[in-house]
Design a binder for this molecule. Structure first.
Ligand SMILES: *Cc1c(COP(=O)(O)O)cnc(C)c1O
Length: 495
């Protein structure tokens, strides 16, 4: 299986190990597989008997065929160990009627990013060997909160890798900030920037695209790699849990083998939902994808009108991991629906004017699969409250955005297929806002909210968040966006 760029018409010639190592394609596009492997109903039926790590190894081996099945199984078994994902890797919980929550946040940082970032460092380590690389990888990450911590945990103390994380200083929750600032490990660095997530992401993309900078790194024995969801190594592992959810629906009797289910995904960079789309292209019986946005509803508008326009107000919301105006992985969907020529043209227009409009045919193809819905702040808070009081189920603001959108879709359509809502963060990661939404009262403090929420709802604080306020702060630097490149050189001790 070979990979190519979304923006190039050339034949695919990069291996999975190469694309995982490299991150972004040389022309600025994203790597995509040359074809999509199939998953038959017979195979799905077999996967239903397997534990999560085996499901993961079998599906990954279809895309990463330069890794042996034994290598993948060893990595998946470690990544998805029960000691790490306490309570299961992606358990499905019935919330009401035929709406289910797929809890993707049982890992070591309490957010769904762990599903990919516990396995990806292992894939990168192997990729360095497979490609004969002798330099050290420098992972640069722009984060709206969850990726940063999950990447730091995943790459911590991994040999021949260093990691540097940039986050918007006022764009992440207090808990997220504490999680990152208290990071340990001998190969990690964390830096806040003045700006929003898009500033951080653009800054990282510019550093990646800066040839002089790459050369300087090379001369000093380093090369850039990425852990953002633009990296194929992030996306591939996310395909697995859609298959896993289907197995669980079958086991519970909600679906018969071959019957479709729908999926609703709280969406930011479009990685999670796109992984679901790939699962469907492989053969998994998924009907509709509800793409859920918060007040930054650029994707809702795009899916309804075909016009993507980032020239609009940007809001900081209580679901910060979705406060995004450039949804990078949408490029991969455009590529699969419309091809590389049009994709390259639209991405150029986005870069130059902040805007592009797709043709009617492409829009129609996208709308066969995707519906856009959004929840503003009031609807998000009301949903946290109602799902807790009516269904006894506690959800975080990102999951609430999706839960509201799922209900909105179900009410406005006659689609009665089972709906799986991706639950992407533990409610405790956003305990202050969750507490406020349920009680309509202020918690004593952002950190005090964890204990107060636990006492109020009689649920446990997950292990990764249990002793946060006692941890030592190791990183507190704040810099301007234009100083990001210098900060990188300084971290590597390059003059
Ligand atoms: C990253 C994240 C999202 C958005 O996922 P994308 O793959 O970027 O669309 C949603 N919710 C939470 C909690 C996240 O951390």
């Amino acid at each position: 299986m070979f990979y190519k760029s979304t923006r190039s018409q050339e034949n695919a010639n990069a291996t999975a190990a190469q694309v995982i190592k490299q991150g972004l394609a040389a022309d600025g596009g994203l790597f995509v597989p040359e074809s999509i492997p199939t998953l038959t109903l017979g195979e799905i039926s077999e996967l239903c008997k397997d534990a999560y790590p085996i499901r993961a190894a079998k599906i990954l081996s279809k895309f990463l065929d330069d890794y042996t099945y034994e290598e993948l199984l060893a990595d998946c078994s470690e990544a998805y160990a029960e000691s790490s994902f306490v309570g299961g890797s992606a358990p499905l919980v019935k919330v009401f009627d035929n709406v289910y929550s797929m809890e993707l946040w049982h890992g070591p940082t309490a957010a769904f990013k762990d599903m990919a970032l516990q396995i990806m460092p292992r894939l990168l380590s192997r990729a360095l060997v497979k490609t004969g690389e002798d330099r050290t990888a420098l992972i640069l990450v722009a984060t709206s909160g969850d990726t940063g911590k999950a990447a730091l945990e995943g790459y911590r103390d991994v040999p021949r890798v260093k990691i540097m994380v940039f986050y918007p200083v006022d764009g992440v929750s207090h808990v997220q900030k504490l999680q990152m600032a208290s990071q340990t490990g001998n190969n990690v660095n964390v830096c806040a920037i003045r700006g929003n997530f898009d500033d951080a992401q653009n800054g990282v993309k510019e550093i990646f695209g800066n040839d002089a900078m790459s050369q300087t790194l090379d001369e000093n024995g380093f090369f850039f790699s990425s852990a953002n969801s633009i990296n194929w190594g992030r996306l591939a592992p996310q395909i697995v849990y859609y298959v896993s959810a289907y197995c669980d629906l079958i086991a519970s009797g909600a679906c018969k083998l071959g019957e479709c289910f729908n999926v609703c995904v709280p969406t930011g960079n479009f990685g999670n939902i796109f992984a679901g789309f790939l699962a469907k292209q492989m053969g998994l019986p998924i009907g509709k994808f509800v793409c859920a946005s918060n007040a930054n509803n650029i994707l809702t508008d795009f899916l309804r009108t075909g016009v993507y326009d980032r020239n609009r107000d940007f809001y900081l919301t209580m679901s910060p991991s979705m406060d995004i105006l450039i949804s990078s992985n949408l490029e991969r969907l455009l590529y699969f629906v419309a091809g590389s020529e049009k994709t390259a043209m639209w991405m150029k227009s986005l870069k130059e004017t902040g805007k592009y409009g797709i043709d009617a045919e492409t829009l129609a193809k996208i709308q066969e699969n995707f519906v856009g819905c959004f929840a503003d702040e009031t609807a998000t808070a009301a949903t946290i409250r109602s799902v807790y009081t009516e269904n006894g189920y506690l959800i975080d603001p990102h999951t609430a955005v999706a839960m509201y959108s799922a209900k909105d879709y179900i009410q406005s359509s006659d689609d009665t297929r089972p709906m799986v809502v991706d639950s992407t963060a533990s409610p405790y990661k956003f305990a202050n806002n969750v507490y406020r939404a349920i009680t309509q009262k202020e918690p004593s403090s952002d950190i005090g909210a964890l204990v107060e929420l636990s006492e109020l709802t009689n649920t446990e604080i997950p292990y990764p968040l249990a002793d946060l306020e006692k941890r030592k702060i190791n990183f507190n630097t704040v810099i301007d966006r234009r100083d990001m490149a210098n900060a990188v050189l300084e971290y590597l001790n390059i003059r």
